[in-house]
Ligand binder design. Structure first.
Ligand SMILES: NC(=O)c1ccc[n+]([C@@H]2O[C@H](COP(=O)([O-])OP(=O)(O)OC[C@H]3O[C@@H](n4cnc5c(N)ncnc54)[C@H](O)[C@@H]3O)[C@@H](O)[C@H]2O)c1
Ligand SMILES: [Zn+2]
Length: 718
């Protein structure tokens, strides 16, 4: 391949990966590979500048803007950062800084490089008025309403006259999608330090624990899992429904301050002040006197970063003084006064000793690699995920091979390759099971799906077991005192077959039951460890009380507890609100189900199929007999007419004729739609008493018609 051809190929490929990464929140290659290819392209372009393409990824900030959101221009461009993986490069960077500053003394501030999505937040007179993505660096998406769902992003900063509050947060607002101006009524007296207009920047992210929680929930109802926290965060920020965004508890670490006024002399001062003003500034930053000090910081965090609540992929080194930053300036793509050092993913090598095939509630089979325990990033690794049969094939891994395990953003490490040099005669091919490891039923693999399934939903022990676990969880029937092996014992002893049987258990049956569990798949030192579960008087009493109490769990919880595929607890809530009773849902056709907000064909089909099954109907009738709640309050808005059909609304302030909820209901009942923020797509802003000035301002700027309460009422008369 000629250099010219290689430049063309790299440009196309990298632009494609970039598009996938920023537009679709998908990583088709890992970051290290991406960065290596990018470095190769930059090098080639330096040698052969005549072959460089105008759309080359080496000189552009990666992201783009999307049609779904209003576009905003950044007051100050949002750039990328130069990056390096080596100490030599860092020393080079330091030399460039030294040279650029002509012998002046300088200091660095080191920060962790948080792996999420760059966000910009603009404050006017202390109020958050705009939140945006980086986009192409010049323009980004206006995602103010999504950013407002982040509890650690203050909606207002500065001294607030009246109450000492900092409390009302958008995340606490009621259902629906209407953003509310909490701050509107209270007069604001910004502290003397705060400029009237400023911008803060930070990294929006999904905390690891939250990522795990969401995935557990998705696994439970048979939804595909989110790939990693970074891509999940990026996908979430792009959602239109800020109510859905609020459910995923995003967070944001703030790391930079910008204003036309010179408020601070150094980056350090800004970090301290932002923290005092109530921003979430990660306290992991450190001032470093020189590049050696920076190296120490890098070493110190290489492993320690895994104890942080979020994924990080390196550190960022910034020249501290703002006047020196200005002196050093920018390239088209990044500042010359900062650089990021990226850690190579931490890897270790160890032996694959076996594979355990786990069967989940919905029957999907996942292979888990069992490893000779090895120390990686401060923790002992005994297991790694292998995803599915395709992955095993892709890796070409055999049993007793020495494999490389890596820890990235996720909690469970993954196998990334095989050390072929260390393959011995002992190694054996991995024979993927054709029958269920738990019940022997032949596995099936659906067209286009990577996972194998055990179709024996009812008889397969782990599937039955996880169905119980689903049933007893807090958001379902809340009988969590039955966890930790107790259910397994009840099933083993033949006392329960389906969760409905829990309701006929008696204390005589339970008292004195005992079971010894043996650990079968821990590391060698754990195999054979015993754990005894036994039912004494107190335990039995607790369990029976919890079962009895569960009968009062609301209808939506019962519906979720049934374990219908794709019916998570949000969907269960929507179905319950809409239909009001089990009987109504059982009778509903697919078309009727599709009329429920946010319910698509996949869910509708799944619900109809579930209730069409006699076995499930018997189960439902048993639950009815046991006395569970089969009815709830019907919260569906009755249709009044089409007067507002096709029109979109947003309101601000308070109204004489309606509460906020009534207003929302009237809009929906007449065919109108509520939007979550002001954009060009908004047809009307309904303005009440004490309206939020920022909303009114923005509506004026975008020429969105504003109407009062009376005009709104008149529209309904038509
Ligand atoms: N795997 C893929 O397919 C793929 C595709 C495109 C890009 N990428 C990755 O994205 C990188 C390019 O993205 P980029 O242009 O956003 O550069 P970058 O992510 O390397 O650096 C800039 C970003 O770092 C973030 N950041 C985190 N902590 C920070 C802190 N303390 N201070 C300042 N900024 C901080 C900010 O969001 C900023 O926008 C590539 O190097 C590659 O690793 C991967
Ligand atoms: Zn099975």
């Amino acid at each position: 391949m000629t250099p010219q051809e290689r430049i063309a190929e790299l440009t196309d490929r990298l632009n494609y990966y970039t598009h996938q990464y920023y537009q679709n929140s998908v990583s088709e290659v890992d970051d290290f590979t991406f960065d290596q290819l990018l470095a190769e392209l930059a090098e080639l372009e330096k040698q052969y500048p005549e072959f460089r393409y105008p759309e080359s990824p080496t000189t552009r900030v990666g992201g783009t803007i999307s049609k779904e959101f209003a576009t905003v221009y950044h007051r100050f461009p949002m750039l990328s950062l130069g990056n390096t993986y080596s100490e030599e490069d860092l020393i080079e960077f330091d030399k460039r800084v030294q040279k650029g500053l002509n012998g002046q003394a300088y200091e660095y501030i080191c920060e962790l490089k948080f792996d999420g999505v760059a966000l910009s937040m603009t404050y006017e007179n202390g109020l958050l008025v705009q939140g945006a993505t980086r986009g192409d660096g010049i323009r980004g998406d206006d995602i103010t309403n999504n950013i407002r769902t982040i509890r650690t992003v203050p909606l207002r900063v500065g001294q607030v006259a009246g109450s000492g509050e900092q409390g009302a947060r958008n995340g606490e607002k009621s259902k629906g999608q209407v953003a509310i101006d909490f701050g509107a009524e209270i007069p604001l007296a910004p502290s003397s330090e705060l400029p009237a207009l400023f911008e803060v920047r930070g990294e929006g992210f999904l905390p690891l624990a939250e990522f795990e929680r969401i995935n557990k929930e998705r696994e439970d109802i048979g939804e595909p899992l989110l790939a990693n926290p970074r891509n999940a965060a990026s996908g979430t920020f792009k959602q239109q429904d800020s109510g859905a965004v609020a459910k995923r508890r995003l967070d944001c670490y703030v790391y930079s301050f910008l204003s036309d006024q010179e408020v601070f002399k150094t980056h350090e001062e800004s970090l301290i002040a932002m923290k005092q003003w109530g921003f979430n500034v990660s306290q992991t930053w450190q001032k470093c006197a020189d590049i050696q000090d920076v190296m120490r910081y890098i070493n110190q965090w290489e492993e320690k970063r895994f104890t942080l609540p979020l994924g990080t992929d390196g550190i960022v080194i910034k020249v501290n003084r703002y006047d020196q930053q200005r002196e050093l300036g920018y390239t088209a793509k990044s500042p010359r006064w900062a650089i990021s050092f990226k850690y190579k993913a931490l890897a270790a090598s160890t032996v694959l000793t076996g594979i355990r095939y786990q069967v989940g509630r919905t029957g999907s089979v996942t292979p888990v690699a069992l490893l000779t325990p090895v120390l990686l990033a401060g923790t002992t690794v005994k297991r790694a995920s292998l995803h599915n049969a395709n992955e095993i094939e892709r890796l070409g891994v055999r049993l007793y091979d020495t494999v490389f395990v890596e820890k990235g953003g996720e909690i469970i490490p993954k196998i990334t390759g095989v050390d072929l040099n260390r393959r011995t005669d002992q190694s054996q091919p991995i024979i993927y099971p054709t029958t269920c490891p738990a019940c022997g039923t032949p596995l099936i693999r659906k067209e286009g799906e990577a996972n194998h399934y055990c179709p024996n939903e009812r008889g397969c022990p782990p599937q039955r077991q996880t169905r119980f676990e689903h049933f007893i969880q807090r958001r379902a029937m809340n009988i969590e005192s039955l966890g930790e092996g107790k259910i397994e014992m009840l099933i083993d002893k033949g006392l329960v077959e389906t969760p409905a049987d829990l309701y006929s258990l008696t204390s005589e049956q339970l008292l004195g039951l005992e079971k010894v569990f043996l650990d079968r798949d821990g590391g060698p030192e754990e195999i054979g460890k015993k754990r005894v579960v036994s039912f004494r008087e107190k335990t039995v009493e607790n369990i029976l009380t919890a079962i009895e109490r569960s009968k009062a769990q609301p209808f939506q919880n019962v519906l979720f507890a049934l374990g219908i595929r794709y019916v998570g607890n949000t969907t269960a809530e929507k179905l319950a609100d809409y239909f009001g009773s089990m009987d109504a849902i059982m009778k509903a056709s697919q078309e009727e189900l599709l009329a429920v907000p946010d319910t698509g064909p996949r869910i509708a089909e799944s619900v109809v199929a579930w209730f069409a099954d006699d076995y499930n109907r018997v189960f439902v009738e048993q639950l009815r007999t046991a006395g569970l709640q089969f009815e709830g309050e019907k919260k569906v808005v009755e249709r009044e007419g089409d007067a507002l059909a096709g029109k979109t609304f947003l309101y601000t302030g308070t109204f004489a004729n309606f509460s906020r909820e009534e207003l929302e209901n009237r809009i929906e009942a007449n065919g109108g739609r509520l939007l979550s923020g002001i954009s060009k797509k908004l047809n009307y802003l309904i303005v009440g008493e004490n309206a939020g000035p920022s909303k009114v301002d923005k509506a004026q700027k975008l020429n969105v018609p504003m109407i009062g309460e009376d005009e709104f009422l008149a529209m309904l008369e038509v």
